[in-house]
Design a protein around this ligand. Structure first.
Ligand SMILES: Cc1cc2nc3c(=O)[nH]c(=O)nc-3n(C[C@H](O)[C@H](O)[C@H](O)COP(=O)(O)OP(=O)(O)OC[C@H]3O[C@@H](n4cnc5c(N)ncnc54)[C@H](O)[C@@H]3O)c2cc1C
Length: 549
């Protein structure tokens, strides 16, 4: 068996290592265009920022180890230029000598990744306008960083946000330009408000709802003209506006690709040619929740797909379950994580859904150091099937989303989250963990015990004419309340029911939703048409901020 692998980083290196573990006798040839296969793309922003001080730390498995430990035949600075499917042969160019040579295969695995998108903006090819894909790019960006004061980042996705943080760490003035009305577009807008505020607090000039119209070279500097007409000077610019599958080899070889250019594969990672597999950012995969074709460029899926391709080549029955989109991004010690569908995806797909919000400490409040964590859970309102979750906060964000992501893979429901037995000591969590709490709230909604209303419906007027009751203390109410709300503190509510106007639905709220829930139970049992405002005043305020940003 001779396996040739194109692209030696996340998907390609995983496939190669797995193939070797499965078969000592196979010939495995790993061909990589860059100087270093198996490098840590995800670490590059932190190398640029100085957090990872040594470049060598990004070389996860150096060539010598790939050769010694896995007995791979590694060709770096070599580019596969053509696939001859009939002859089962690839043409490779040695990028150092320029020579061409040919390599035959029994099985070919493509893991060429995705290329940063260069938008067709006038001046986008000027010197000083960078993208970040490989270590050469990281070296160039680091050098630019060391001699600059002012940077503009176009794109507020993962890479744009991570770079913003790291350029600030290097002492630069950073402008972040994002076309959408929010950074990190896969998340729902209200969930990402704390990170937007944090960027601004750390001095980043965040320009939402704007893009670049042109780049110009002025004396010694670049100038970015935004679509609003604003001019921003920059020593350098980074384009971080998304990636496109690197499908040129596959297209030239006549392999099937999807509408958005991803190489089409089956669940065993086989392309339309049974002897060619494809994995990673270059492929179109299946959304694990909707079953629809999707392209989600993440390292975890690329690594797992590489393993599956190798498994299948050696007769194992592994299949890929689809991509769920579990992702996390850090920013100045805070983080946002998500899995599955967002609310906006549910709306776009017209998928029946309900949502609950939870704002809780990441561990028991009585133990010092609890950090606030906000969690949003999306689920089917009839069966309680979990559709997705998002969290934002400090510590513990990753753990909650990982637990829910795993529950989703197992087909669990919100009722299972109620029962999830998670480890607990006060410095790590709560006896009722936020995951359990999200399950309790959602379970109460599905069972009909906990009628909910939402801030977005209140703000757009979709709730109609309701009586809003703020059940927080007068001191909390005085610090800011929803316009028109009556303040009836929870501990006096039973005695003051007569003050609530009759004949109108009542919506109770508190700071985060818990006292609002208690009030709702009291009001329902007293005969009111009552509901709780999900996530309370905290979610309401973020909705307002998201709408106005
Ligand atoms: C700055 C940055 C930060 C990231 N951070 C995260 C993160 O925190 N979490 C996360 O999940 N994902 C992150 N990613 C995405 C993650 O790195 C990718 O999803 C993953 O690397 C994809 O694996 P892959 O094997 O498909 O492609 P890559 O890992 O990109 O490898 C493809 C390789 O193929 C080579 N190649 C392409 N064409 C040829 C050819 N014709 N001949 C030879 N070689 C070729 C390329 O040079 C490249 O090195 C980040 C990406 C970047 C750029």
């Amino acid at each position: 068996m001779k396996i040739v692998i194109v692209g030696g980083v996340a998907g390609g290196a995983s496939a190669a290592a797995r193939a070797r573990r499965l078969d000592e006798s196979a010939e495995i040839v790993l061909i990589e265009r860059g100087s270093d296969p198996s490098f840590a793309n995800c670490g590059m922003p932190y190398y640029i920022g100085g957090e990872i001080a040594e470049r060598g730390k990004l070389l996860v498995t150096p060539i010598a180890r790939l050769e010694a430990r896995y007995r791979l035949d590694v060709w770096a600075r070599s580019q596969v230029e053509r696939i001859d499917r009939a002859a089962k042969r690839v043409t490779v160019r040695n990028l150092v000598s320029g020579e061409l040579y040919e390599e035959t295969y029994n099985k070919l695995i493509l893991s060429p990744g995705a290329a940063p998108f260069r938008p067709p903006i006038p001046g986008a090819d000027l010197p000083g306008i960078y993208t970040l894909r490989n270590l050469d790019d990281a070296d160039r960006l680091l050098e630019a960083t060391l001699n600059s004061r002012q940077a503009v980042i176009l794109g507020g996705g993962f890479i744009g946000i991570e770079l913003a943080e790291n350029l600030v760490q290097r002492g630069l003035n950073v402008t972040l330009v994002e076309r959408n009305g929010q950074i990190l577009p896969p998340w729902d807008a209200e969930m990402i408000v704390p990170l937007q505020s944090l960027l601004k607090e750390r001095g980043v000039d965040v320009r939402l709802g704007e893009s670049a119209a042109a780049f110009q070279q002025t004396t010694g500097q670049l100038q970015v003209t935004l679509t609003s007409g604003t001019l921003i000077p920059a020593d350098f610019v980074v384009l971080a506006v998304g990636v496109r599958p690197d499908n040129s080899l596959a297209v030239a070889a006549g392999l099937a690709v999807g509408e958005r250019g991803g190489i089409q594969v089956d669940a065993t990672m086989r392309t339309s040619d049974p002897d060619i597999y494809a994995v990673g950012d270059a492929i179109e995969t299946v959304d694990a929740i909707t079953g629809q074709p999707t392209q989600i460029p993440l390292a975890g899926p690329a690594n797992r797909q590489g393993r599956i391709a190798a498994d299948h080549i050696f007769g194992r029955s592994a299949t890929y379950r689809g991509t769920q989109g579990s992702a996390i991004v850090g920013l100045f010690g805070k983080s946002a994580a998500m899995t599955g569908l967002s609310e906006k995806a549910c709306l776009r797909l017209q998928r029946p859904h309900e949502k609950v919000y939870l704002h809780a400490g990441h561990h028991a409040g009585y133990y010092p150091g609890a950090e606030q964590l906000s969690l949003k859970l999306l689920f089917n309102p009839q069966e309680g099937t979990i559709l997705g979750a998002q969290a934002v906060g400090g510590a513990g964000v990753d753990k909650r989303i990982d637990v829910i992501a795993t529950a989703m893979q197992g087909g669990l429901t919100v009722f299972d989250l109620e029962e999830a037995e998670l480890c607990y000591a006060p410095q790590f969590g709560s006896a009722k963990d936020p995951v359990n709490m999200a399950g309790f709230i959602a379970g109460g909604v599905v069972r009909g015990d906990h009628p909910l209303r939402h801030s977005d419906d209140l703000l757009t007027g979709r709730l109609g004419d309701v009586t809003l009751i703020d059940v927080r203390t007068p001191a909390e109410y005085a610090q800011g309340a929803i316009p028109g709300a009556i303040n009836l503190e929870i501990d006096q509510l039973r005695q003051r029911l007569a003050e609530i106007p009759s004949g109108k639905p009542v919506v109770a709220y508190c700071q985060v939703g818990f006292r609002g829930y208690l009030a709702t139970r009291i009001l329902l049992q007293a005969g009111f048409d009552a509901a709780n405002l999900s996530g309370g005043y905290t979610t309401y305020s973020r909705r307002v901020a998201a709408g106005s940003s």
